[in-house]
Design a protein around this ligand. Structure first.
Ligand code: FE2
Length: 410
C-alpha cells in the first residue's frame, strides 16, 4: 500500500510512505507500483498513534453510581469508588471497558496504560481486564498496572494482593504512598513495590504524591529506589502534584536525583486541575506538577487522561487533544514551538513511559501504525480540534472518521 502526500509530523513538504506486510518499507517521493493500493492524503497531518499513558479503565463510566463526588477531592472519589466496587461484576467491567476502548480508538489512540485497582480480595477487575487485553490486542495495546488504590500497608492483606496481581501477569507494579496511613508506611510501601518489580522484572508506575501537601515526598523515595535497584526508566512517577507546592530550594536538590534516576513522569492536567487546590481559599493552586521545568531538565514527561466519567472526574471523552490543550494552558507552555511540538507529550514521550519506543514511530522497518488528522500541523489540529480521519495499526485500517464540517450560510 502507498500513502501519498502526507505531512509527516509537522513537516511542510508532503511525503509518501510504502507499507508492506504491516511495516513501513519506504518513505520519500515514491511512485505507485502496479496494482498497488493508494491512499492520497492531500497534504494532511500524519502522526504516530496517540498513546494514553495513564487511565483507570476499571472505574470509567461510573460517575454518580452510587454517589457523586460533591467535594471534588481525591479522597471523596476514593470513598465513592469503594462503594461502587461492591457492585463490580465481570459483565459490568467488560461493557464499560469495551465502550471506553472504542472511544479512545476513535480519537487515534492505539496503546493504553491502565491502572487496575487490586485492593479487592477477588481481584475481579484485574482478571477481567487481563482477558480483555488479549481479546483487544489487534486494535489496542493494553498495558496493565497493579494499582493498590487503598494502599499496600494500609489495606488488609495489601502486600499479598499486590504479589498475587503480579503473578497473574500485569506489566507494572503500582503504589500510592500519599494514601498510606503514615510517612513510614509510605516509604515502606515504595520499598516493597519497587523491590517486587525488580525481582519479577516488571515496570513500575506509582501514583506519587497526588496531594497538595508540600510534605508529601514519596517522589524522592521512588527516584532513589529506581537508581539503586537499577530500574531507571522502567519507573514512572504519575501525578506528583505535591511537587507543585514544594519549596524551590528542595526542588533544586531533588532535580539532581531525578535526572540521575532517569524516571519518567506522567501529568494528568484535566483531572489534577479539577481535584487539586480544593482546600485552598485564594490564591488556589493549579495542582499540576512542574511539567515545564522537568522537560527543561531533559526529563521525560507525558500527559494522560487519568479518568473518564468516574468518581474522580465527571467528564472526559477519550480525546487526548483536550488533555494536551488543558496541560499547555495550566503549565503555561504556550510558545509557538511548545504548542507545535506538544503532540510529543502523547506520542513519543508516552512511548518512552510505556517502554515501547523501539517499535514506535514513523520510520522505515517500524510497524506501520499511524494516524491522519484533518489539519496541516499539530498547532492547527489543536486549535480547530481536528478530527482523526484514519487510524492504521500494523498496516491495518482500524478507524475511519469523517472530517467535521461546519456550514455557515452567510
Ligand atoms: Fe490515576
Amino acid at each position: 500500500m502507498l500513502i501519498k502526500n502526507a505531512l509527516i509530523e509537522n513537516s511542510e513538504k508532503p511525503q509518501d510512505l510504502r507499507i508492506e506486510n504491516g511495516v513501513f518499507t519506504d518513505i520519500g517521493k515514491l511512485e505507485q507500483q502496479e496494482n498497488e493500493e493508494v491512499l492520497d492524503l492531500n497534504e494532511q497531518l500524519l502522526l504516530p498513534p496517540f498513546i494514553e499513558s495513564h487511565v483507570h479503565l476499571d472505574t470509567c463510566l461510573t460517575a454518580g453510581d452510587p454517589c457523586w463526588n460533591m467535594s471534588g477531592t481525591l479522597f471523596e472519589g476514593i470513598e465513592c469508588w469503594s462503594k461502587r466496587k461492591e457492585k463490580l461484576n465481570p459483565e459490568d467491567i467488560r461493557e464499560r471497558v469495551n465502550k471506553v476502548v472504542r472511544m479512545y480508538a476513535a480519537n487515534g489512540i492505539q496503546a493504553i496504560r491502565t491502572h487496575v485497582d487490586v485492593t479487592d480480595p477477588k481481584l475481579m477487575a484485574l482478571k477481567t481486564i487481563l482477558e480483555l487485553k488479549e481479546e483487544l490486542k489487534d486494535v489496542m495495546d493494553l498495558q496493565i498496572v497493579a494499582f493498590p488504590q487503598e494502599g499496600i500497608l494500609s489495606y488488609p492483606n495489601g502486600k499479598q494482593l499486590l504479589i498475587d496481581a503480579v503473578k497473574m501477569g500485569v506489566d507494572a507494579v503500582g503504589a500510592i504512598p500519599h494514601f498510606e496511613f503514615t510517612r513510614e508506611y509510605s516509604v515502606e510501601s515504595l520499598n516493597f513495590a519497587l523491590q517486587l518489580a525488580a525481582d519479577e522484572n516488571k515496570l513500575v508506575d506509582v501514583h506519587c504524591d497526588e496531594i497538595d501537601d508540600e510534605a508529601s515526598r514519596g517522589l524522592e523515595t521512588v527516584a532513589v529506589r529506581a537508581l539503586e535497584l537499577g530500574l531507571y526508566d522502567k519507573v514512572t512517577a504519575s501525578h506528583t502534584t505535591a511537587m507543585h507546592s514544594y519549596n524551590n530550594a528542595y526542588v533544586l536538590r531533588l532535580m539532581r536525583l531525578l535526572k540521575m534516576s532517569r524516571i519518567n513522569f506522567v501529568a494528568n492536567p484535566l483531572v489534577n486541575t479539577h481535584l487539586q487546590g480544593r482546600i485552598d481559599t485564594y490564591p488556589k493552586r493549579r495542582g499540576l506538577t512542574r511539567v515545564k521545568e522537568l522537560l527543561a531538565e531533559g526529563i521525560n514527561v507525558s500527559f494522560g487522561h487519568d479518568d473518564i466519567f468516574d468518581p474522580w472526574y465527571p467528564m472526559g471523552n477519550g480525546s487526548l487533544r483536550d488533555v494536551v490543550f488543558m496541560g499547555l494552558h495550566v503549565g503555561q507552555m504556550m510558545g509557538y514551538e511548545e504548542i507545535m511540538n506538544s503532540y510529543k507529550l502523547i506520542t513519543y514521550n508516552a512511548a518512552k513511559t510505556l517502554h515501547i519506543a523501539d517499535h514506535y514511530g514513523i520510520e522505515i522497518n517500524k510497524p506501520a501504525s499511524f494516524i491522519v488528522l484533518d489539519a496541516k500541523n499539530y498547532y492547527d489540529a489543536l486549535v480547530k480540534d481536528a478530527a482523526v480521519l484514519y487510524s492504521y495499526k500494523n498496516g491495518k485500517k482500524i478507524v475511519a472518521n469523517s472530517p467535521s464540517k461546519q456550514n455557515v450560510l452567510f
